[in-house]
Ligand binder design. Structure first.
Ligand code: BG6
Length: 495
């Protein structure tokens, strides 16, 4: 939405604390590079990476080039473009907890003449409070400054509340950008457009016509050397509390009165508040947690979670969660929302499936089943929307039998609009520089999401049974399918 309207100022400074961290080289620098390459970073922006390792500017650029060429790219890496991009990047070595580091950062900012200054905290959350305090002491919290908080923001509601309170002591809410990179994905934009740019679906988008909604965020990768972080987090904190709940909000929210940040965020908040809270006894019925064992992914044998580097051999951390929840409001009461996410699953796939109600009565042979009418919004790997319908079969044998056959109306955004769509971090980085909050999470939303997941975390802590095992390369523990089978429902891959 409004990508074109996002005004990038002529002069801006982007500062990445945690400049040598995983997030920086895997997501942020590639996103910035893409924006640069696509002409999305006009003006004379400067970039500063701050981290502890001793390096000079050229050393950092060389290090970054090596990391970035080794990672996955949709488009071929262009060395020439990278050189021009890297020329904008400088590096400052320092301890992020030390006042002196931030004084030096402030001097670097003062050496330019930026209209907007973005402080990106791409560090462990344990450093968020001290960095917020230190940058403010160094005078880096005036109206030009935006502070960006990456997830995970705390490990629970108390932690998230405390970190936010500290940051709020030094920055106003409109200066705080809480990232959920799923909100930057093109398909999430498409979902907004589908729902609020068309009249077609709105009358159907409610309990009278929808049978269930299923959201899957599946990865075929494992923890990829992040075992140490991941084991402290687990799938519920890593994916459900943020990405899955944000997508749920996008599907379920009421039409906002405008596409201004607070109008959208008000509606998302209402969904989070309407989520029925779990009682401790609900958790074992409606939430399944799993952990992967050795298995085979794309024909390759991969180790189990407990064999991954940095993971304690007796870890009970979940790498898979499936849950059933309900939204208690007029639009959705009684309609199940099934959400699931996991590592080392059968495929990389992020998908929202809206299942419409089955026919009340059929006049056709071999006709519709419960899943005949579905809207499938695929976020990745492809960017598509498919509307599944029943049609008269046109091949002779079936037609003569008067049978219906399932067909799909497919819209492929890459094919329709060209491959150069703006992706996740690229879009969000542009929004940050432009100072537009519409794709960022407001404090009350973030805390409401934590509040809702807390009974699950508390119940798991109280009854520390091990998560259910599943083989890498499958769709999670069988209990996930069983939870749906109790309601005669199926996950999309079972249909
Ligand atoms: C991150 C999680 O937020 O999202 C990772 O911390 C996960 O564990 C990633 O792999 C998935 O993002 P994407 O955009 O690759 O689906």
């Amino acid at each position: 939405m409004h990508d074109e309207a996002d005004q990038i100022p002529e002069r801006y400074d982007l500062i990445f604390f945690g400049g040598t961290g995983d997030l920086t080289w895997r997501k942020l620098m590639p996103g910035l590079y893409q924006a640069f390459r696509h002409g999305g970073l006009p003006g004379t922006g400067r970039v500063l990476a701050v981290a502890r390792s001793e390096m000079d500017d050229d050393g950092y650029r060389a290090w970054l080039r090596e990391k970035m060429t080794a990672s996955q790219w949709d488009e071929p890496f262009d060395a020439q473009v990278f050189e021009a991009f890297a020329a904008r990047i400088q590096y400052l070595a320092g301890d992020l907890a030390e006042a002196d580091t931030h004084a030096r950062v402030a001097r670097w900012v003062a050496g330019g003449d930026a209209q907007a200054v973005v402080l990106y905290l791409a560090t462990a959350p344990s450093l968020f409070e001290i960095i917020a305090r230190r940058v403010a002491e160094a005078g880096l919290n005036d109206e030009r400054v935006r502070i960006v908080l990456e997830k995970p923001l705390g490990r629970n509601l108390d932690g998230a509340t405390r970190i936010n309170a500290t940051v709020r002591e030094h920055f106003a809410e409109h200066q705080i950008f809480r990232i959920d990179h799923y909100l930057g994905k093109q398909s999430v934009q498409n979902l907004m457009a589908l729902r609020f740019g068309n009249t077609l679906f709105e009358p159907l988008w409610r309990r009278e016509w929808i049978d269930s909604v299923q959201i899957t965020l599946a990865e075929d990768l494992g923890v990829e050397g992040r075992g140490g972080y991941y084991d402290q987090s687990g799938a519920l904190r890593d994916m459900v509390q943020n990405h899955l709940l944000q997508l749920l909000c996008m599907v379920a929210m009421e039409p906002p009165v405008s596409n201004r940040a607070d109008d959208i965020r008000d509606e998302k908040l209402k969904v989070l508040r309407a989520l029925r809270p779990y009682q401790p006894t609900d958790v074992s019925r409606f939430v399944v947690r799993g952990q992967y064992r050795e298995g085979s992914v794309r024909g390759k044998v991969v180790p189990g979670y407990l064999e991954e580097e940095g993971v304690p051999r007796d870890s009970h951390t979940e790498t898979f969660v499936a849950l059933r929840c309900e939204i208690e409001n007029w639009r959705w009461a009684g309609i199940p929302f099934y959400l699931r996410t996991g590592k080392r699953l059968g495929a990389r796939c992020a998908q929202i499936v809206v299942n419409f109600r089955p026919l009340p009565h059929s006049i056709f042979e071999g006709a519709a089943n419960r899943y005949s009418n579905r809207l499938v919004i695929s976020l990745q790997p492809e960017d598509t929307i498919s509307l599944h319908l029943m049609a008269k079969a046109s091949n002779r044998a079936r037609a003569e039998q008067g049978r219906l056959a399932p067909v799909a109306l497919d819209l492929d955004f890459r094919e329709t609009f060209g491959a150069q769509t703006i992706e996740g971090y690229e879009r969000l980085l542009r929004k940050l520089i432009a100072g537009r909050l519409d794709l960022f999470v407001r404090l009350d939303e973030q805390l409401a999401a934590w509040e809702w997941v807390m009974p699950i975390l508390d119940t798991w802590a109280q009854y520390p049974d091990p998560p259910r095992p599943y083989n890498a390369g499958t769709w999670g523990p069988s209990a996930s399918a069983t939870m749906l089978a109790r309601e005669q429902a199926l996950w999309p891959e079972e249909i």
